[in-house]
Design a protein. Structure first.
Length: 117
């Protein structure tokens, strides 16, 4: 069993920055990749960013490319999301996810990010 705990959400003005962190605990942890998703009120959950665990290859949604940066620390089993130049449309609950196999992923409980205009 893997547990993911997010932290770092909060309220920020447009143009500001926040850094989200996700810590994984549990059994031996060696996922295929880890990522961040978000869900705004009344909308479906959407992909934000992903990083492969071994090679550190990153990918981003077009809406956050150039503003957000995902990184991981294999020794600490953490993945961070640095969010800069935040916009009101970035307001959402942000979820950390870890894909441990093709058919199995784990999710965190989510952390609220609110960007005021």
């Amino acid at each position: 069993q893997v547990q993911l705990v997010e932290s770092g959400g909060g309220l920020v003005q447009a143009g500001g920055s926040l850094r989200l962190s996700c810590a994984a605990s549990g059994r031996t942890f060696s996922p295929l990749n880890m990522g961040w998703f978000r869900q705004a009120p009344g909308k479906e959950r959407e992909f934000v960013a992903q990083i492969t665990w071994s090679a550190g290859i990153t990918s981003y949604a077009d809406s956050v490319k150039g503003r957000f940066t995902i990184s991981r620390d294999n020794a600490k089993n953490t993945v961070d999301l640095q969010m800069n130049s935040l916009k009101p449309e970035d307001t959402a609950v942000y979820y950390c996810a870890a894909r441990v196999s093709v058919v199995l992923s784990y999710w965190g409980q989510g952390t609220q990010v609110t960007v005021s205009s």
